[in-house]
Design a protein. Structure first.
Length: 321
């Protein structure tokens, strides 16, 4: 009998200990507590909040992004451009200096220099080199002046970075290049490999004479090189991104579902006046923000949301229901 009571007391004691220790067992272990604290701190550094605080802020057009995201998006751009093939150029235009000229193929002269057209109002393309739009430096050269006056590249020295050069082929294919550099070199010191050589970019180099005219040699003492990089090609079909779905408007806000595409960098929100049909952009939402904007819905207005990709192609506008 005594053994029975001892056993009963032991069971009762175990039960009591279970009741006392159960709440403690439910508390996180030290390692779990540290992990939760770290997670909480990590959440404070979420991309959207970093952007809101202005940390490591970067932009493509009006859309804020993080530097790490820019690297990923630049890689997507490179993948899209892999299919671009070079072309035989037929015409060149430089709007900022009024150039609009025919291009003819040229080669190497007997003295080892690149040939230029006899017509001072035409531009020569170095045919043994790279095609325009191919990876590498395609070279286009023109006269700066002649015995009778200014020639086609007379004002080339006036171009500035950011301006455009438009090259077309005989079938109307159009490539647009953005100028990023201009440099003058002494004629005998021009870096031939850099001007005519390979490149990971799709580049053109525009060349003309500059500097003092040397009557003894019958040539200018320097060469001007203007470098530009391909930014668009009419033969590459624009890839319109997918439009947002589940666009919903309430009296207080507008929301939608994100587009599952790594190339999307943000969204644009529009308001349309039903009576006049006037469409106005009222908000820009970055990739990292919640897909919702606060607004006071107006029954006289309709609301739309579109997605925008890294190449700034915009989707069709999804009407809010």
């Amino acid at each position: 009998m005594r053994q029975f009571w001892i056993m009963a007391a032991a069971v009762l004691l175990c039960g009591l200990l279970f009741v006392i220790l159960k709440p403690l067992a439910d508390e996180p272990a030290f390692e779990d507590s540290v992990a939760q604290r770290t997670l909480s701190e990590t959440r404070k550094q979420a991309p959207a909040e970093q952007l809101a605080a202005g940390k490591d802020l970067d932009k493509i057009a009006e859309f804020p992004i993080l530097p790490a995201q820019r690297e990923k998006l630049q890689e997507l751009q490179k993948q899209r451009q892999k299919s671009i093939q070079g072309m035989i150029p037929a015409r060149i235009a430089i709007p900022s200096i009024g150039v609009d000229a025919v291009i003819e193929a040229t080669g190497v002269l007997d003295n080892g220099e690149m040939g230029v057209p006899e017509d001072i109002n035409q531009v020569g393309w170095f045919e043994p080199g790279f095609k325009v739009g191919a990876k590498g430096h395609a070279v286009l050269a023109g006269h700066v002046d002649s015995l009778t006056g200014p020639a086609i590249f007379y004002h080339l020295a006036k171009v500035e970075p950011g301006e455009t050069v438009i090259v077309t082929d005989k079938d109307g294919r159009e490539m647009v290049f953005k100028i990023n550099d201009k440099t003058s070199y002494p004629t005998d010191e021009a870096p031939i490999a850099d001007i005519f050589g390979a490149s990971e970019g799709r580049m053109i180099n525009l060349i003309t004479c500059t500097g003092t005219f040397n009557r003894d040699t019958g040539s200018h003492e320097e060469r001007l090189v203007v470098t530009a990089e391909l930014v668009s090609d009419s033969s590459v079909q624009l890839q319109q991104p997918e439009a947002p779905t589940n666009v919903t408007v309430t009296p207080f806000n507008l929301s939608w579902h994100a587009v599952r595409d790594d190339a999307i960098i943000g969204y644009r929100v529009y308001e349309e006046d039903i009576e006049t049909g006037e469409l106005t952009k009222i908000a820009t939402v970055s990739l990292f923000d919640r897909k919702k904007v606060e607004l006071e819905a107006d029954e006289s207005k309709r609301y739309y949301v579109s997605s925008v990709d890294v190449e700034l192609n915009e989707s069709e506008k999804s009407l809010a229901e």
